[in-house]
Design a protein around this ligand. Structure first.
Ligand SMILES: [Zn+2]
Length: 154
């Protein structure tokens, strides 16, 4: 599994988005022609009850991109600058691919979209860690391909 390289600059912008959304989860994606070079912040529509698997869970444990933002995301795959990495935050401070994350990211035995995932774990005061996950066709599962311990207080 080769991880899509995410520059420190883009990661810093994702961390800033996660902090702005706290105590809710943030979500968005990175797009680019080869390397990712653009961040698209999305609104976490989970509070609207749109979540496909767990409508009763709060924003600290689920996220969903919906409406016009989901359409723009889906259309990006037909452009020269497709979405390549979807990101979201966990407000329990831990970066892992949860059972719900796996559910949403997987469809018909493969990835729902041709993207990797970045999860940021933060608390009210600190970005603790981040981890990146990619679909492993042989394992038929999402595997961790990169990890950043951060512990950066604001
Ligand atoms: Zn998650």
């Amino acid at each position: 599994m080769i991880s899509i390289a995410i520059t420190a600059g883009l990661r810093a912008r994702i961390y800033a988005h996660a902090r702005r959304c706290f105590p809710a989860e943030c979500c968005g994606y990175l797009r680019g022609p080869e390397a990712v070079d653009e961040i698209v912040e999305c609104r976490n529509a989970h509070a609207d009850g749109d979540h496909p698997t767990t409508p009763d869970r709060g924003e600290d444990s689920a996220f969903v991109i919906a409406g016009a933002e989901l359409i723009a995301f889906a259309r990006s795959f037909d452009t020269p600058s497709p979405a390549r990495v979807v990101y979201h935050s966990h407000t329990n401070g831990r970066a892992y691919f949860s059972a719900v994350d796996r559910d949403v990211a997987t469809a018909n035995g493969g990835p729902t979209y041709p993207v990797q995932h970045l999860v940021v774990g933060l608390t009210a005061t600190t970005i603790i860690e981040a981890a990146q996950f990619a679909w492993d066709g042989a394992a038929h599962d999402w595997v961790e391909v990169a990890r950043w311990p951060i512990a950066e207080s604001r």
